[in-house]
Design a binder for this molecule. Structure first.
Ligand SMILES: *Cc1c(COP(=O)(O)O)cnc(C)c1O
Length: 469
């Protein structure tokens, strides 16, 4: 296939995509394949001779599509959304066609300058103050790793990268048990060690880190000759949407000069609606904040927004300049590869530009408000049903519940059977989590094209299948 063939097949792909989205509701949300079924249809070795694109596309439909779980399905209620909007997908097509490697300003000035402007648009949309500077990371996991490395370097007076950690006092990082596993992995990779990730107990309905316990833990560590380095708080934890009281925990962190990072990977997108900002009140004082427009907003994976108050701390940790990366004669420019762990970077900001212009903040706010309203209404329907109980109240559009008919024992097994039966049925997709030792069902609504009717269907399907167990 040559570029001269591209118009024909590009049009085919555009038609295919529109048709795919138009018929999504007819497909089972979660792939209904067994392990190994797809691999068995793929030859063990690559072809020597070129094959016609017609054959490849036919196999794509025949072999690949049955093995897809449809993340853009309007009745995908599992995990968190991973929304693609048509405008951002269009931008991604243009990005792929140009495929620039945007590591330095001079390797595509438009990408760098667009990124600076788009991150500032997003900052304003979220109500973050002017002192924050944004960079697009590939994932929240990468942003958190960059923040943990910055915590480490700052606490070690910028000597960790140079001398390594063996001669240093053990560093200590504080977080609750509600934070995402990307935090554990960042601590592993940064060489700090899981034993030095101190879990602070939580209190209250939002499961916030207890600031009194936090302070006591830091003081005990100091007295023991350890080195408190940073705090990681969450707004909208993955399991049940836990939210730390950011203002209260930052008060403690500031007293001990800790570097602070807020993980709002999912919930952060909702902060374009001013009425939800109470959930992260105090965030303007954090050193680092991450949220994923690739989750709820519609810039499809990957586009993670990382805001920091001191880009100098970040680049002091991550920048490295061999001669081949120097951009002589370009003063006052930003090289975003110095703000992240990977060197190479795609032109992701274009997706945000297309998204924000095509839907406007009003369109996106409206989408998020609908998801929250519809989810909360669904939670109330389950609360009113005698055979169901709400386990954790909605945080935005996320809540957990259980099927608990009178006299039933072993509710963990019963609810796991319900989850499996629902996902085998295929009309909706939902997942489980564990909270306070109990297996519970997790519901979130957040798909770009979901309607009130899709959420109502979830109630009908769940009550119907539960009654049949
Ligand atoms: C999804 C999620 C992450 C991980 O996001 P990636 O972009 O996939 O790395 C981290 N933290 C929270 C709270 C999340 O919901």
């Amino acid at each position: 296939m040559r570029w001269s063939d591209f118009p024909k097949w590009g049009k085919w792909a555009a038609d295919w995509a529109a048709n795919y989205h138009a018929t999504l509701r007819d497909r089972p949300v979660r792939a209904q394949t067994k392990p190994g079924e797809i691999a068995a249809q793929l030859p063990a070795s690559p072809p020597d001779a070129p094959q016609p694109i017609e054959d490849i596309l036919a196999d794509f439909e025949r072999i690949v599509m049955p093995g897809m779980t449809h993340w853009q399905h309007p009745r995908f209620f599992a995990y968190f959304p991973s929304n693609a909007s048509p405008a951002a997908v269009l931008a991604d097509n243009l990005i792929a066609a140009t495929s620039a490697q945007c590591m330095l300003w001079q390797t595509s000035p438009a990408a760098t300058e667009m990124e600076t402007r788009m991150m500032d648009w997003l900052r304003q949309a979220l109500g973050l103050p002017q002192g924050f500077h944004g960079v697009i990371q590939d994932s929240a996991s990468s942003a958190t790793l960059a923040a943990v490395l910055t915590m480490r370097e700052r606490a070690l007076n910028w000597d960790g990268n140079k001398s390594g950690l063996p001669s240093q006092k053990p560093l200590r990082i504080y977080a609750s048990a509600e934070v995402h596993t990307s935090i554990d992995r960042a601590i592993w990779i940064a060489g700090i060690g899981e034993a030095n990730l101190v879990r602070i107990p939580t209190t209250g309905p939002l499961r916030s880190m207890d600031p009194v316990a936090l302070k006591a833990a830091i003081e005990a560590d100091r007295a023991a000759g350890l080195l408190p380095a940073g705090l990681i708080a969450c707004t909208g934890g993955t399991g049940t949407g836990a939210c730390d009281d950011i203002a209260a925990v930052l008060d403690v962190a500031e007293e001990f000069n800790l570097y602070t990072h807020v993980d709002a990977a999912w919930a952060g997108s909702a902060m374009i609606c001013p009425e939800f900002r109470d959930l992260w009140q105090g965030v303007d004082r954090a050193d680092s904040v991450v949220l994923n427009p690739h989750k709820w907003l519609g810039t499809q994976f990957d586009l993670s927004a990382h805001f920091v108050r001191s880009p100098e701390d970040l680049t002091r940790t991550l920048a490295i300049q061999p001669e081949y990366l120097k951009t002589h004669g370009a003063d006052g420019i930003i090289n975003y590869s110095e703000w992240s762990v990977p060197l190479g970077r795609r032109f992701r900001a274009l997706k945000l530009w297309f998204l924000l212009r095509a839907y406007g903040l009003d369109g996106l706010r409206n989408m998020i408000r609908n998801h929250v309203t519809w989810s909360q209404a669904l939670a109330e329907k389950f609360r009113a049903h005698p055979d169901f109980e709400i386990v954790t109240d909605p945080v935005l559009s996320l809540f957990t519940f259980r099927f608990a008919p009178q006299g039933a024992d072993n509710l963990d097994d019963l609810n796991l059977s319900l989850v499996n039966a629902l996902n085998n049925d295929g009309r909706i997709y939902i997942t489980q989590t564990r909270t306070d030792g109990k297996l519970v069902i997790r519901f979130q609504a957040g798909q770009f094209d979901a309607t009130e009717d899709d959420i109502a269907t979830a109630y009908d399907v769940i009550t119907e299948i539960a009654a049949s167990l």
